[in-house]
Ligand binder design. Structure first.
Ligand SMILES: *Cc1c(COP(=O)(O)O)cnc(C)c1O
Length: 356
């Protein structure tokens, strides 16, 4: 039986990217050495990272004046290094979930932090609108996709102050106008590669706004942009898999094509949820994510939750247990999740519904 991988992260990757990584771990380019036992400064690895950066620029149509970095530390390290580098007067944050809160918490350690709006009042099931960002904020931080709650900001918003986005769980899921942001970043392990690499796209001009405080060398963005992510040893294996994933994305037709596929997959599942007698969605309709689809049993069927968990497992569904702060179920439908997996989940939900 096929296992359908709905894991929220680390998550499903294209089979071809996994196979090519396995081959490179055994023997990179026929050089008789493994990807993971050669110098990161060798020409074979330099070619890997150069291709990853070039593909990223091509897929995004990245304007001039931006750097693409692959670092360690995960998105969580960026929560601290962003205010460390750029908070001078005050920083503004949109509080749309646990990750957004964690980002704002790190900012508070460096200076005044304004929460411009929060959806905590409804357990983060919507994206706030009509908030005001202080015009003297050094930057405005948003989380484009709230992995735990299944809400998403699916357009590139206009911001009067420099905009920074944690795109950990929806990066490269749709065409994105990077010129609206001074920085986007995230952990690779949700949508573009394995755990261990953090992607950072940062605007050269914005880096001049560095705060006047001591910043350790490793935590300065300028350290890494000056060295092309090679100030220290970068996460070589994850970078290889990212490169392979980007090649796969390009072969599918790029971000427009993947967005179309993501919309189609999400619609199939949301339609099944909305037309169900026993299941219901948790996010508000206009805030729904294309990447993490959260649903629960209707209150009158609440006691069937465990039964559906084990039924779905018996049908090959993996990783659909909801995060503990929402409960119920969460199907993550990242780029590499095949449409057939979504259809299999829908069949499984319908089959279960007929038994209750
Ligand atoms: C998973 C996740 C994080 C945390 O990423 P790490 O790489 O584990 O630090 C941050 N933000 C969002 C939106 C996430 O989904």
């Amino acid at each position: 039986m096929k296992t359908h991988n709905f894991s929220a992260g680390p998550a499903v990757l294209p089979q071809v990217a996994i196979e090519n990584t396995a081959k490179a771990i055994l023997d990179l380019n026929g050089i008789g050495l493994s990807l993971i036992e050669i110098s990161h400064r060798s020409k074979d690895f330099q070619a890997v990272i150069d291709e990853a950066v070039a593909l990223m620029k091509e897929l995004l149509g990245l304007p001039e004046g931006y750097h693409v970095l692959f670092l360690g530390g995960g998105a969580s390290t960026q929560f601290a290094t962003i205010p460390m580098n750029f908070l001078k007067t005050k920083a503004a944050y949109l509080e749309t979930g646990v990750w957004a809160k964690k980002a704002a918490k790190e900012s508070k350690g460096f200076g005044e932090t304004v929460i411009v709006a929060s959806s905590a009042d409804k357990n983060f099931n919507y994206i706030p609108k009509n908030y005001v960002v202080p015009s003297d904020a050094d930057y405005f931080h948003i989380t484009t996709n709230n992995t735990i709650y299944g809400t998403e900001i699916r357009t590139d918003i206009d911001s009067s102050v420099p905009l920074i986005a944690d795109m950990s769980s929806d990066f490269l899921s749709r065409p994105t106008d990077i010129s609206k942001y001074v920085m986007v970043y995230g952990g690779a392990q949700k949508n573009i590669g394995p755990a261990g690499a953090t992607f950072v796209i940062i605007k050269e001009d914005f880096m001049n706004n560095i705060a006047n405080r001591h910043i350790p060398t490793m935590f300065k963005y300028a350290t890494h942009t000056a060295e092309g992510s090679m100030f220290n040893t970068p996460p070589v294996m994850p970078i290889f898999t990212i490169k392979e994933t980007l090649k796969w994305l390009k072969s599918l037709g790029g971000l427009k094509a993947i967005e179309k596929m993501n919309i189609e997959k999400a619609n199939i599942l949301y339609d099944a949820i909305d037309s169900s007698r026993i299941f219901m969605g948790t996010a508000e309709l206009d805030s729904r994510s294309l990447m993490n689809i959260c649903f629960v049993m209707k209150p009158e069927y609440a006691e069937k939750e465990e039964a559906f968990m084990s039924f779905s497992k018996s049908k090959g569904m993996s990783g659909i247990k909801g995060h503990r702060s929402v409960g119920g179920f969460r199907a993550s439908t990242y780029n590499a999740l095949p449409k057939e997996s979504v259809m299999a989940l829908v069949d499984c939900m319908k089959e279960f519904e007929r038994t209750v």
